[in-house]
Design a protein around this ligand. Structure first.
Ligand code: G1P
Length: 296
């Protein structure tokens, strides 16, 4: 196993679930309180030790990369005015040793296909995948707690790690679902997966443990993705490639400790703003006071 440095973040999707907001602004650039969603996802990855961020993107979403580039004019203006806190907030988004590369996904053929677009940059290295619709929230404020834990579990257990959480039984058809047999496992624990299925029909799912969009995978996954045929929704599914991996090496589901905020739909996006807003040092108390006054 190689040291984990690379993380693939697919951002080429059209964001149809949050239209019209995402017509021109990429859904990953919509703000939760004061930062675009993608910044939280990249900060989580960097805090967990990843130094090579690979965005699988499309040409119309250039603003995602631009957000992480130096903005010399803005920085000079803030420095001149002595607005040092704001200056730090735009200048120090990424530590100097972290790089962002981009590859294009030319056709929307599914998540598995998006990840496969990064194969040239992954080479023979093990890697992680993070889906930017989902923010992982921890009330402690360290939102990378679970990603750090799956990295550690991957290195200790020498098994692929798939982060999961339980969903209501009538929502299983919206997610990848893992089958771990009858084991009950606690938040923070990993257990071997027997099988995985993408978006099973309600009533036929092996469990209600859903894949939330954080994966740590061996390099071999890329080879399996090359052989993966279109599955659920006619798309090439990452879930199917990982299911094939189970025949070759242990794959484990990791039960997350934090909670997910799905910014890929309107209600989830609004709730993420409330959750992160309540936890925000500048506006948290004001938002809490306002919420208490409301008569719902
Ligand atoms: C993708 C994955 C699915 C996972 C989900 C999490 O589906 O294919 O396994 O449960 O993300 O958000 P999508 O939401 O892109 O349809």
């Amino acid at each position: 196993m190689t040291k984990l440095r690379k993380i693939v973040i697919p951002v080429a999707g059209l964001g149809t679930r949050v239209l019209p907001a995402s017509k021109v602004i990429p859904k990953e650039m919509l703000t939760v309180v004061d930062k675009p969603v993608i910044q939280y996802v990249i900060e989580e990855a960097v805090a967990a030790g990843f130094t090579e961020i690979i965005l699988v993107t499309r040409a119309s979403k250039k603003s995602i990369e631009a957000h992480f580039e130096t903005h010399a004019e803005l920085e000079e203006a803030l420095e001149r005015k002595g607005k040092l806190e704001l200056l730090a907030s735009v200048r120090d988004i990424l530590p100097p040793d972290v790089t962002i590369s981009t590859v294009f996904q030319h056709e929307p053929l599914g998540l598995g296909h998006a990840v496969l677009c990064a194969a040239g940059l992954i080479g023979d290295d093990d890697f992680a995948v993070s889906l930017p619709d989902v923010l992982v929230f921890h009330s402690s404020g360290d939102h990378s707690t679970d990603l750090k834990a799956v990295v550690a579990a991957f290195e200790q257990n020498r098994a692929a790690q798939i982060m999961v959480e339980r969903v209501p039984d009538d929502k299983v058809n919206q997610y990848g679902i893992v089958d771990c047999g009858d084991v009950e496992f606690q938040p923070g624990e990993s257990h071997n997966v027997i099988a995985m299925v993408e978006k099973p029909a309600i009533g036929s799912a092996p469990s209600n443990q859903s894949i939330i969009g954080r994966y740590v995978l061996p390099a071999r996954t890329m080879e399996l993705l090359k052989q993966t045929l279109p599955g659920a929704g006619g798309e090439i599914q990452l879930t199917d490639a990982i299911d094939a991996l189970i025949a070759e090496m242990p794959v484990q589901a990791y039960s997350m400790q934090g909670q997910t905020c799905d910014c890929g739909n309107k209600l989830g996006f609004l709730l993420a703003n409330v959750e992160y807003g309540l936890n925000h040092p500048e506006i948290g108390s004001g938002l809490r006071a306002w919420l208490k006054q409301q008569e719902f």
